[in-house]
Design a protein around this ligand. Structure first.
Ligand SMILES: *[C@@H]1O[C@H](CO)[C@@H](O)[C@H](O)[C@H]1NC(C)=O
Ligand SMILES: *[C@@H]1O[C@H](CO)[C@@H](O)[C@H](O)[C@H]1NC(C)=O
Ligand SMILES: *[C@@H]1O[C@H](CO)[C@@H](O)[C@H](O)[C@H]1NC(C)=O
Ligand SMILES: *[C@@H]1O[C@H](CO)[C@@H](O)[C@H](O)[C@H]1NC(C)=O
Ligand SMILES: *[C@@H]1O[C@H](CO)[C@@H](O)[C@H](O)[C@H]1NC(C)=O
Ligand SMILES: *[C@@H]1O[C@H](CO)[C@@H](O)[C@H](O)[C@H]1NC(C)=O
Ligand SMILES: *[C@@H]1O[C@H](CO)[C@@H](O)[C@H](O)[C@H]1NC(C)=O
Ligand SMILES: *[C@@H]1O[C@H](CO)[C@@H](O)[C@H](O)[C@H]1NC(C)=O
Ligand SMILES: *[C@@H]1O[C@H](CO)[C@@H](O)[C@H](O)[C@H]1NC(C)=O
Ligand SMILES: *[C@@H]1O[C@H](CO)[C@@H](O)[C@H](O)[C@H]1NC(C)=O
Ligand SMILES: *[C@@H]1O[C@H](CO)[C@@H](O)[C@H](O)[C@H]1NC(C)=O
Ligand SMILES: *[C@@H]1O[C@H](CO)[C@@H](O)[C@H](O)[C@H]1NC(C)=O
Length: 837
């Protein structure tokens, strides 16, 4: 009987570990007896209305205590005289029921809470209902981590706006989404089943996010049809119990596209009426709507400039319609034009300040200008956007991106909190006074009434939400930093790890090490020294393609030629961008000798032989960083493997697959970037690694039947520039060769290309004994933007570990093409222990 019960419990836990619960698993705490005094026996939730976040807090406490302690606790909605009670409610409700000594809660601000666990009575008091729910989640987070400290403290948010943005299209696709299709939209309408939307609101509330814009900033006017407004009401209804306010992105041309007006001029009376009417309709359905988000005159979107009106006039159009309801108009600063690279002084990074600085003071009080963290676009490293230092009479919010658009698309582990901190903690020294970005966006520095942060998240229907379990640390950390930007990224990560996986110190150590090393590693094997990510900006934003940066109008230039690299953004000789910062910062960036190495190429055009503060040349830094970064990515595999048995198999295997993929793709990055700049500069690697691959066998040099050589473009994406493809898409290809390596045990890497549009098959044998077979199905398993070409996105390494090899063995690879995927093969590498080639 006992055994059967244990078995049942074990199965129950294992089957639930699909990632859907993320960090809200409330996993049983081993070693804590049900009878322990500190476990509450009663829950008092001081609001009986089911839509109240306080009511939700009661349910959440019940669920958490059940999960963590296996103890069923009942909920009441008025005060009871009982020991061992957890009381949750607003300060006002509590004062009415119990009376209150003000001292403890006097300093609470909107959304803030007071939590006290002294003497076994738990008091969770919110300044408002949302704050009470946040306090309940805080207490549950402590319990779930086995933290029974006696505490009593208040917690207030850094800023009032803590929102997420979803780039969901109405057809259900998501722009830059890597976790499956939309949880909100399908076929132009809001989905019927909003259970995932509700789960999302719960996750967001648990990290104190209070608003969610649910549709793409490249917005479709049809969101505003009566049928869709009714759908928005349904979404708001499932968000409301979690204190998450709904917001929407607008298409500036909606009055014309949807309303049949002849104009969308923001000063035209019929346009103003139209927006007022639409706003009234929405607030009738959603009285507590958060507001609007507008991307105007950017990347082809319509906007006020179409009518020679200012961006402020455009923003204020919405602000005025929203104002009676207390709604906020978020207006994106991501406005820029195409430029000509032959103009040395042209610079997309200048655009935001050029467009917005002169409008400072012209925005209504309920407008918030939403500014990407850097002046270009979510790159692996950017300097802080100087616009934060140029809007002193305007509300601002920072825009971050949880979706790893340019940072591996959730197929590479990249813990982003340390990257965000480089901007949140940056002191812009406006008027020679401390002007830290987190104090600017909170409104504190310039005495603004509003401000905060928004992050592009793009969760999808996948059970993992973002496509990868480990990537969820970024959503968690975003919420934590939006609330308290001074928190330590590593401490946040460890809370997340304990909640998501385990309190086991081995698990904690491994995930901490992998995550904290992940952004530096990714920066090392992608774009260094502030040159930007070097991913393909014209196609998928995923794999390497340094050439795509230049010779186009997008302004993400590197200006690399055979002698020099980098953007001259100085005032003295370049684009003048450095001069957009306050004097002290401007002076630092103006001079290469005071510019930090990690932003050198952002600000300066230098020789490849320029010597960094580190003592290395620029080009040798590139080579070393790429070899070091990809070597670090290899270590994530054994680190993760050390957790086998300590994490449920479902999530263990999912993550292992991705870490192996990342290890292989980091080699693709390393070789592509190293080869590209080696070829361009002609400067050899002092360590003689670049272009020197003693353990590889190029596929084109094997005996081929049914396969032919193929020149890969861009050239640097294939070893020796050449891959092989089958003669036709119905010819099975064979490549074989006799091995000439010393006898021993090797890890065998097979580099191939996995395109979308076909599922080829590769069968690898040694002396006709199969050592591995797989299919090219990554487009169905990984979730990154796929490619139809042999390029840096499709290039993949498959590693077959521990293969015993003898000199004279015959290696044979049989490739079976399918669809447009001609079983492409680049090379095979035999890696003795300790070698990475
Ligand atoms: C209870 O919750 C409802 C819904 O959120 C709210 O309108 C009401 O003011 C709350 N009552 C108290 C006493 O806080
Ligand atoms: C908790 O107990 C201590 C001593 O046991 C007492 O001094 C203190 O006043 C109590 N605090 C509360 C909030 O009841
Ligand atoms: C327990 O939680 C409290 C409140 O969040 C925190 O201050 C404390 O550091 C935690 N203790 C441990 C050991 O994590
Ligand atoms: C906007 O949505 C409608 C309805 O789903 C769809 O027919 C139309 O193609 C969409 N427009 C754009 C530009 O995506
Ligand atoms: C706009 O015009 C289309 C077709 O001309 C019509 O179907 C639609 O009802 C009109 N909408 C409004 C709001 O007048
Ligand atoms: C919006 O305009 C329509 C007709 O143009 C009218 O029937 C409707 O009452 C208006 N709605 C609101 C909320 O003003
Ligand atoms: C645009 O507006 C500015 C100032 O409001 C005015 O000087 C200029 O002539 C206008 N241009 C056009 C093409 O209307
Ligand atoms: C100054 O700018 C010119 C282009 O106008 C460029 O060719 C030159 O390399 C720059 N000089 C320095 C020292 O960067
Ligand atoms: C770059 O190298 C060239 C020689 O190739 C030299 O003339 C020039 O001064 C160097 N520029 C800098 C900024 O060091
Ligand atoms: C590199 O590719 C060329 C054809 O593009 C081929 O002739 C040569 O043998 C290859 N080198 C190696 C080392 O396989
Ligand atoms: C989640 O995505 C992975 C690929 O990224 C896929 O294998 C899996 O089937 C998806 N699961 C769900 C439930 O969508
Ligand atoms: C080969 O390609 C053609 C045209 O692209 C396609 O119709 C056919 O199904 C493909 N054959 C195989 C075996 O995939």
């Amino acid at each position: 009987m006992m055994r059967a019960l244990l078995l049942f419990l074990t199965l129950g836990v294992a089957s639930a570990e699909d990632g859907l619960a993320a960090w809200l698993r409330y996993a049983p705490l081993p070693g804590v007896a049900k009878s322990e005094g500190s476990i509450p026996s009663n829950i008092v939730a001081l609001n009986a209305t089911t839509t109240s976040p306080v009511y939700t807090a009661g349910l959440e406490l019940q669920k958490g205590i059940q999960g963590i302690f296996g103890k069923q606790v009942s909920i009441t909605h008025q005060s009871i005289e009982s020991l061992s009670t957890v009381v949750v409610g607003t300060v006002d409700a509590y004062a009415q029921e119990y009376g209150l000594d003000d001292d403890d809660t006097a300093d609470l601000e909107a959304d803030g809470f007071w939590l006290s666990t002294l003497n076994g009575t738990i008091q969770i008091l919110g300044q408002n209902e949302r704050g009470a729910l946040y306090g309940a989640f805080e207490y549950l987070s402590m319990l779930a981590q086995g933290n029974f400290s006696q505490v009593s403290y208040i917690s207030n948010p850094n800023a009032p706006i803590r929102w997420v943005n979803q780039w969901d299209n109405m057809d259900g696709s998501i722009e830059r989404g890597y976790g499956g299709p939309s949880i909100f939209f399908q076929n132009g309408l809001i989905v019927n089943d909003l259970s995932r939307a509700e789960d999302y609101a719960r996750l967001l509330a648990s990290v104190r996010i209070n608003g969610a814009i649910i549709n793409n900033v490249n917005a479709n006017a049809s969101l505003l049809t009566p049928q869709n407004i009714a759908g928005l009401k349904r979404v708001a209804d499932v968000f409301r119990p979690y204190g998450v306010q709904l917001g929407i992105s607008l298409n500036f041309a909606s009055p014309q596209l949807l309303g049949n007006l002849s104009t969308f001029d923001p000063l035209d009376a019929s346009v103003i009426d139209w927006w007022t009417n639409i706003t009234d309709q929405i607030y009738e359905a959603v009285p507590d709507m958060a507001g609007y988000l507008v991307k105007a005159n950017s990347e082809g979107q319509p906007g006020p400039i179409t009518y020679n009106r200012t961006l402020a006039q455009g923003a204020n159009l919405f602000a005025k319609a929203l104002q009676p309801y207390g709604g906020v108009a978020m207006f994106r600063a991501f406005v820029y034009n195409q430029l000509n690279e032959s103009d040395w002084r042209a610079d997309r990074a200048n655009a935001a300040v050029q467009f917005f600085k002169d409008l400072d003071g012209q925005f209504d009080d309920n407008v918030v200008v939403q500014i990407k963290y850097g002046p270009i676009d979510f790159q692996v490293r950017e300097p802080t956007s100087p616009l934060f230092a140029n809007l002193l009479q305007t509300n601002t919010a920072i825009e971050l991106e949880v979706a790893q658009e340019y940072l591996g698309q959730q197929c590479h582990l990249v813990y982003l909190a340390p990257l965000w901190k480089t901007v949140l903690d940056f002191d812009l020294k406006v008027d020679n006074q401390s002007s830290v970005v987190s104090d600017i966006i909170s409104g504190k520095r310039f005495n603004r009434p509003l401000g905060g942060s928004a992050a592009v998240v793009n969760v999808g229907t996948n059970n993992t939400w973002l496509g990868s379990h480990l990537a969820m640390s970024n959503l968690y950390a975003y919420g934590r930093l939006a609330w308290a930007p001074t928190q330590d990224p590593e401490a946040i990560l460890q809370d997340w790890t304990r909640l998501t996986f385990s309190r086991d110190p081995t698990v904690l150590r491994a995930i901490t090490q992998m995550s904290m090393e992940s952004w530096p590693a990714y920066e090392n094997y992608s774009g260094n020294l502030g040159v930007q990510t070097l991913t393909d900006i014209l196609y998928t934003h995923f794999g390497p393609n340094p050439q795509s940066m230049d010779n186009n109008g997008w302004g993400q230039w590197t200006r690399a030629d055979h002698l020099t690299i980098g953007m001259d953004r100085t005032v003295s000789n370049g684009t003048g961008f450095a001069g957009q910062y306050p004097p002290e910062i401007a002076a630092m960036y103006e001079d290469p000798s005071t510019t930090p190495d990690d932003l050198l190429l952002w600000f300066h055009h230098v020789n490849y032989t320029h010597v960094l503060h580190s003592g290395k040349t620029v080009i040798q830094h590139f080579y070393d960083a790429h070899y070091n970064g990809s070597a670090v990515a290899q270590t994530f595999v054994p680190l993760w493997e050390s957790l086998k048995g300590k994490i449920d198999d479902q999530r263990y295997n999912h993550v292992l697959f991705r870490q192996e993929y990342q290890a292989g793709h980091s080699i693709v990055w390393r070789d592509a970037i190293s080869n590209f700049y080696h070829n361009l500069s002609g400067i050899p690697d002092t360590e003689n690694r670049v272009g020197n691959h003693p353990w590889r066998i190029e596929a084109e040099s094997m005996s081929l039947a049914g396969y032919k050589p193929y020149q890969v473009s861009p050239f640097e994406m294939a070893s020796n520039y050449t891959a092989i493809v089958t003669l036709t898409n119905s010819t099975v290809g064979t490549a074989d060769t006799t091995l000439n390596f010393p006898d021993g045990k090797y890890d065998v890497g097979v580099n191939y290309f996995d395109l979308i549009g076909g599922i080829s098959r590769w069968d690898v044998s040694l002396n006709n004994n199969s050592i591995a077979s797989w299919t090219g199905n990554l487009e169905n398993v990984l979730g990154h933007a796929p490619s139809i070409y042999l390029d840096g996105h499709s290039a993949t390494r498959k590693t077959i570990r521990g293969v015993q090899v003898k000199k004279g063995d015959v290696l044979k690879i049989v490739g079976t093409p399918n669809g447009i995927e001609p079983a492409p093969l680049d090379y095979v590498v035999f890696l003795p222990e300790g070698v990475l080639d």
